[in-house]
Design a protein around this ligand. Structure first.
Ligand SMILES: [Ca+2]
Ligand SMILES: [Ca+2]
Length: 182
C-alpha cells in the first residue's frame, strides 16, 4: 500500500523502557483501482494533487481501510489517535460516519460553504477525531461511510499518530472502496 510512515517523533523513557510515537498517513485516492477510476479528481491544492470524490445521497458509499497494529512493547497496547482528515467541499454539508470493526468511533460533518466551484480546491480539516484509543496487536477494519448532498464531497488524506507501534509495521495494509446494498 501507499500509506506513508513519515516520522518517528519521540522516544520517551518510562521506567527504563522506551516508547515511541509514529505518524502515518494515507491518501484516499489510493483506494481507487482501474475498475473505479472515475472517482478520483485532480486538485492542485490537494495532498498528492488528487482527491477521492464521493457523491452518495443515500449514505451507502464506504471506504474500508485495513489497519495493521503491532505493539513494540508487547505488554502494552498501541494507542491510536486519528489527528485529522483533510477534505474539500463546495456546497451543502455532508455526514461522515467512522467505525472500527463495526463499532462507531467518530461522526462528523463537512464544512458548508458555497464557492461556485472554487472551494473544491481549498483543503479543509476535520481536526482530531479519535484520541488515545487502545488497540491490542491485530488487524482492524476502519470504515468511513458518507451521506452527502447532491454535489458530494472529496476525501484527500487521513493522518494517524500511534504510540507504541512497531516502526517497521506499516499501519495502512489494505484499502478498498465499495457501495453497500440499499
Ligand atoms: Ca457536499
Ligand atoms: Ca490526496
Amino acid at each position: 500500500m501507499k500509506g506513508a510512515l513519515f516520522i518517528i517523533v519521540v522516544a520517551v523513557s518510562v521506567c527504563g523502557i522506551s516508547a515511541i510515537q509514529t505518524e502515518h498517513s494515507f491518501e484516499f485516492e489510493d483506494v481507487i483501482t482501474p475498475n473505479n477510476s472515475q472517482f478520483w479528481v485532480w486538485r492542485s491544492g490537494a495532498s498528492n494533487v488528487r482527491t477521492l470524490r464521493l457523491v452518495d445521497e443515500k449514505g451507502i458509499a464506504r471506504i474500508s481501510l485495513q489497519l495493521c497494529i503491532q505493539s513494540l512493547i508487547q505488554s502494552r497496547p498501541v494507542n491510536m489517535n486519528i489527528t485529522n482528515i483533510t477534505y474539500t467541499n463546495d456546497g451543502p454539508k455532508d455526514y461522515v460516519m467512522m467505525n472500527l470493526n463495526g463499532v462507531s468511533i467518530a461522526n462528523w460533518t463537512t464544512y458548508e460553504r458555497c464557492g461556485s466551484g472554487f472551494e473544491w480546491n481549498v483543503p479543509k480539516y476535520s481536526g482530531q477525531l479519535v484520541d488515545s484509543l487502545p488497540l491490542v496487536s491485530g488487524i482492524y477494519n476502519l470504515t468511513i461511510s458518507v451521506n452527502t448532498d447532491e454535489y458530494g464531497m472529496e476525501f484527500d488524506k487521513i493522518d494517524v499518530t500511534l504510540d507504541n507501534q512497531r516502526p517497521d509495521t506499516e499501519l495502512f495494509c489494505g484499502a478498498s472502496l465499495y457501495f453497500v446494498d440499499e
